[in-house]
Write a protein that binds this ligand. Sequence first.
Ligand code: G16
Ligand code: MG
Length: 220
Amino acid sequence: NIKGIIFDLDGVLVDTARYHFQAWRQLAESLGFSFTEEENERLKGVSRRASLEILLSMGKLTLSEDEKESAMASKNKNYVEMIGKMTPEGILPGALDLLKELKQSGIKTALGSASKNAPLILERTGLARYLDAVVDGNRTSRAKPDPEVFLLGAGDLKLEPGECLVFEDAAAGIEAAQNAGMKTAGIGRKNQLNRADILFPNLQGVTWSVLSKKLSDLPR
Ligand code: G16
Ligand code: MG
């Protein structure tokens, strides 16, 4: 029985996945190779350092540790500039309605994000007040698909993993939630998130009653 819902941030509650993509693409181009939206799928939900390693392997490039540090700093500077201009309009359609409804229904909510910039995004968009707990990249040491981020979230909510449902837009995130022993709801397309228990194109029209129905239809 689901008593808590843990939300990924980028690509689920807010439209920042495209800012990450733009910032990584800018870095790739400055390093002399191109980077497509399709290739970007592999970076989604993954930590900053792990993202850089994947990007470098795509560009068949090796950098020294110092060069890696400055590459990550320049990507992040770019990204922070973009999210620093965010407003509540950056909240994805349906997200606020669902969060409000969950609060009224007594379902606990948490953030489970890999991002170290989550506090700035929550502040800019006003999302903080709808979340009972926040776990982000500043509290975790192991990147998704490691279950750490979601297990910390369940702990904060004082729930068992089996009582939690995770909303994720990234394959690595779905895997992380499954590794944590949680039910998963994918946000996106089937070809990228085929392992999710339930799938929605976005949060529009996703209500607690829609979710309860889909969850009760799952094989157990
Ligand atoms: C997000 C993004 C990833 C990003 C990671 C780290 O995770 O999906 O693309 O690399 O955070 O972000 P930052 O560089 O801001 O620390 P999530 O888990 O919210 O999807
Ligand atoms: Mg995400």
